[in-house]
Write a protein that binds this ligand. Sequence first.
Ligand code: ADP
Length: 479
Amino acid sequence: MRKHLLLAIAMMAVCALGIAALQAFYSWQSYQTEQRTFSRNVNEAFAVAVDSAMLVRTDEISEEFRSWISDTSFVRVTSRVNEIYGTTVFTLTETGPQSKGQKSISMSLENFTAKVEPITPEARKIFIDHMVRIARKDLRKGFVFFYTQKLGDRLDKAYFSIPVDTAIVRREFVKQLSKRQIAVDFTLKPIPKTEGLFQTEKQNLERKDLKKPRWIWATCYNSGFFVFQKLKWAIGGSVVLVLLTLFCFGYVLRLLLTQHKLSVIKDDFIRNMTHEIHTPLASLTVTAEALQRFDHDAPKRQEYLQILLHQLEKLGKLTNEIIKTAKSGTSGKETRKPVSIRSVLEDLIADFPSVFFTVVVPEDICVSANPTGLHRAFANLIDNAVKYNDKPKVEIRIIASETKRDVVIGISDNGPGIPISEKNNIFDAFYRIPTGDRHDVKGFGLGLHYVRKTIESLGGTIELAGSETGATFHIKIPK
Ligand code: ADP
């Protein structure tokens, strides 16, 4: 049985641990996958944000470009009609101090069919819009086109030398993150890589000299928590499942152990019972046979009958004891009245003349109980203290005191004591501390069970106290 039990426990433990390990493994894998998805999304969001910031800057420059070509003190826009083709040709000419390079540029517009000479404000606006559009297109591709030297110089300076504002990068990054439903705090300050902080891939803000890159990257503070948050139901579910499995495992284990304990107790009980009943039964059989076989004289018959009665009385007592204990704990309630602890003890002490008692119990200490039940409970305790004692001089110490609500009683003896590991078992019905096959002290493991039931029926408690020598019980009964 023990072997099977151990095997079952080992298998259950392996199963429970296996489930826990698998759940932990899957949770870890999900976390890793989620983290990879997170880093891919954040990197993508950051790259898009930097690109958008560049575009925003390009658009800004295009608008600056519009203001430059609209400024007549900087350039002049004129138009004339080409006689051969019949189209309007626009000319952009630098004004002010002469520059070294190209001074002017002329072009006709594809969809502009009107013939305008000299230029009108509407035609001028159409031309400027067209110029801005193509300048923006070029800039987006990374080109700076020198329409005239001065315009080209300005455009080049604005595009290559004025850096993209990190505030725009920040704004665009926030937009991109929220588009992907990622809620993390971040900084664009160039802080070095630290354990536990997520950093995006670096993006280059430099456009002119690619050999001198101007890196920008984002450092996210609470990325781990964010990823964990996303997995909270999956991980929470796993934890609940594992806890449930462990709970079931514990519960079944408890049931198994209780079953095992019960079966051990049952075997013990049967062994004790057989032993207890066997002797009187054998004696009864022998005596009855003797009476039947031989024709004895009257005194001899009386002697045999006396033996029969004695053995029958013994058997009767035994059954009574079992029946009484089976009923114990319920009868106490019906007839409760104040009982003086001292008087109960004095009564009992008289039954044990050879025992050396030390009793420190004030006379007025009373509890409300059934006198017979309480008497039997104390009798069981004293009986045990004597029964299990191996000393030539048995000593029992009983001390009682009162608190506001309870009567507290301590009973100790100078016997072999009870291992504290048996603290919870000794009060179980039919439980006896295993002593191998020794049957020198008789009992059915019902004495302490009766005591506990009686005390508990009064709303009190009894427990075995750890003590160096002998056994000590602490009893607490409400007044
Ligand atoms: P039993 O009827 O077998 O004595 P109990 O319920 O009274 O059963 O006691 C349970 C077990 O506790 C006993 O088997 C015994 O080993 C142990 N025990 C009880 N009281 C004492 C004591 N005073 N000293 C040593 N062992 C004790």
